[in-house]
Design a protein around this ligand. Structure first.
Ligand code: ADP
Ligand code: MG
Length: 254
């Protein structure tokens, strides 16, 4: 088997003495979609934040495409990276949050080209071309000149996905991307995520959308109390969970 694109080994995190992640192991291979499920407070968001080093970890290590996140491997030892170098690693990891976090004073197009121009050093015309392609993929080419406030929540979230993709990430992390949306807008966002998965994007998705998990995930990981309780193909974990904790959670959510 090839090296996973994302490999988390024994990731630990505590806040003010409370252990929030108690040794998380997770491997995601290139092109795989993994859905992270679990009750509120399980540590799902914290784990995603540890993957892209928005949180420093207290134990274990995260590797993305063979690189230790936050560190450089030299002479068999890990040396902590400076913030600028961490920012470079972070570029490979796209993140989409529950709240869309678009820049309100930029147009849709402006939101998407900002990173590629400022961080990747693309010319404005190059960045625009890519941005329009991406907007087409998320079904919003006709809204390029709109401002976020003029869009529905579902449209804003699709722009947020396009903006993350504009940085050409190797890995996409989604943290409850549809939880803040009105129910009738959830489908359009899940559709974009489904096509992204079909195109081979590697994705870790925290979601309560069981239909999406069942149909799109290669693997489902159920977390509770800062630990992985069980992992497996969606049909098994969702259809025939082995642990009582998973059964209880699913009974509440389904
Ligand atoms: P989930 O996303 O699964 O709902 P979180 O990762 O958001 O869970 O939170 C896990 C636990 O960590 C919760 O008890 C939460 O209160 C705590 N926590 C998260 N972030 C912080 C923080 N910055 N400071 C203190 N506690 C935090
Ligand atoms: Mg969360």
């Amino acid at each position: 088997m090839t090296e996973p694109l994302l490999r988390a080994v024994g990731v630990r995190k505590h806040f003010a003495g409370t252990e929030v992640l108690r040794g998380i192991d997770l491997s995601v291979h290139k092109g795989q979609v993994v859905c992270l499920l679990g009750p509120s407070g399980a540590g799902k968001s914290t784990f995603l934040r540890c993957v892209n080093h928005l949180e420093t970890i207290d134990g274990g290590q995260v590797w993305v495409d063979g690189e230790p996140i936050g560190f450089r491997l030299r002479g068999g030892k890990l040396h902590e990276l400076r913030e600028r170098e961490v920012a470079r690693q972070r570029r490979d990891i796209g993140m989409v949050f529950q709240r869309f976090n678009l820049f309100a004073h930029h147009t849709v197009l402006g939101n998407i080209i900002e990173g590629p121009v400022r961080v990747l050093g693309l010319s404005a015309s190059e960045a625009k071309r890519t941005a329009l392609d991406l907007l087409d993929r998320v079904g919003l080419a006709h809204r390029a000149d709109a401002y976020p406030a003029q869009l529905s929540g579902g449209q804003q979230q699709r722009v947020a996905i396009a903006r993350a993709l504009a940085m050409k990430p190797k890995l996409m992390l989604f943290d409850e991307p549809t939880s803040a949306l009105d129910p009738e807008l959830v489908g359009e966002v899940l559709e974009v995520m489904t096509s992204l998965a079909a195109e081979g994007m590697t994705m870790v998705v925290v979601t309560h959308e069981m239909g999406f998990a069942r149909e799109v995930a290669d693997e489902v990981v159920f977390m509770a109390d800062g630990a992985v309780v069980e992992t497996g193909p969606p049909a098994r974990v969702l259809g025939a969970p082995e642990h009582e904790r998973t059964r209880q959670f699913l009974a509440r959510i389904l």
